[in-house]
Write a protein that binds this ligand. Structure first.
Ligand SMILES: NC(=O)c1ccc[n+]([C@@H]2O[C@H](COP(=O)([O-])OP(=O)(O)OC[C@H]3O[C@@H](n4cnc5c(N)ncnc54)[C@H](OP(=O)(O)O)[C@@H]3O)[C@@H](O)[C@H]2O)c1
Length: 283
């Protein structure tokens, strides 16, 4: 029996992943979410701590075979979380960083960790480039720009999202490089599912901000991206040695290099340390 923990399995591509894993009798599947049996509200660091403690208490000696950190949002309605941090950064990056740190000691040898990122982390592919530097303090305290009518300005909201996805990639790379991760044989994957229109991710986007899509094609893309995520988490799709980033490009699993900034080890390490401080962890 394998144990798999997941976030972001209640809608979008993650729902497909969750359904596939939950239906497998050989998997003990635990889904953290706002409307699930395992309550998890990622906009609260204390809630993330409660969720991980609940898991650790329940698992006892049982180890985690796969951890899927897939939840995400864009253009949040609430500007800041209860911890006072900018919501996009706090939910997409900081909460998952904390969850990873708290659950890492319970990972099984050869466990798999998948963090869902996006090719918007890369200025070559994003309609709005992420920030050109990654300063966690600045990102945590950022005030996203609003129009005079009170709506989030597209550029500002999208830049925060793209930067949070860059943080996901840097976190995956920093975790993959950690001596404990390597000693345990943990495989770390940063997954770009490609553009999937019509998921909940765009729920707060200004109308017409994204191109409209054919509903059948959008559903096929969602199903495929969710299925690939489940395959990655079960070790059925295996990265080439040394590769962390996987990207679905026109439905194909590819292993390109991430952006220049995402490949900077010094930035990945700095984000790791700064995030620990923001999340209240002892370094
Ligand atoms: N769609 C795309 O084109 C695309 C492209 C690249 C990367 N991605 C990434 O793929 C992942 C899934 O996105 P999606 O498109 O499938 O979006 P989605 O349909 O909105 O799914 C997002 C998931 O995250 C959960 N979530 C959001 N905020 C949360 C919070 N505060 N606490 C707990 N759970 C929370 C949602 O739960 P609720 O059901 O409670 O809202 C939902 O399960 C995200 O990481 C996203 O950045 C998406």
């Amino acid at each position: 029996m394998k144990t798999i923990i997941m976030t972001g399995g209640t809608s979008g591509l993650g729902q497909v992943t969750a359904q596939q894993l939950n239906a497998d009798p050989a998997i003990r599947f635990i889904l953290g979410g706002r409307q699930t049996r395992w309550p998890l509200e990622l906009s609260s660091l204390s809630n993330v701590r409660q969720f991980s403690q609940h898991i650790l208490d329940t698992l006892g000696e049982t180890k985690i075979d796969a951890l899927i950190l897939n939840a995400g949002l864009s253009f949040p309605i609430a500007a800041n979380t209860v911890d006072g941090y900018e919501t996009t950064f706090a939910v997409n990056h900081l909460a998952h960083y904390l969850l990873l740190r708290l659950l890492a000691p319970a990972l099984a040898p050869d466990a798999i960790v998948v963090i869902t990122t996006s090719n918007t982390h890369d200025p070559r592919f994003s309609p709005v480039a992420p920030f050109a530097s990654v300063d966690a303090q600045h990102l945590a305290l950022l005030a996203l720009e609003k129009s005079p009518s009170g709506e989030l300005v597209f550029e500002s909201g999208f830049r925060a999202y793209a930067t949070s996805k860059l943080c996901n990639l840097l976190t995956a790379r920093a975790f993959a490089a950690a001596p404990e991760t390597q000693a345990l044989g943990v495989r770390v994957i940063a997954y770009n599912p490609g553009f999937i229109p019509g998921t909940g991710l765009g729920r707060n986007l200004p109308t017409g901000a994204l191109p409209t899509a054919n509903p059948q094609e959008a559903e096929a893309a969602r199903q495929h991206a969710g299925h690939v995520l489940a395959e990655l988490a079960q070790g059925r799709v295996i990265p080439p040695a040394g590769q962390v980033y996987v990207s679905l490009a026109r439905g194909e699993v590819t292993w390109p290099d991430p952006s220049t900034l995402a490949r900077r080890d010094d930035i990945a390490q700095q984000l790791w340390r700064d995030s620990a401080q923001l999340a209240g962890l002892v370094l």
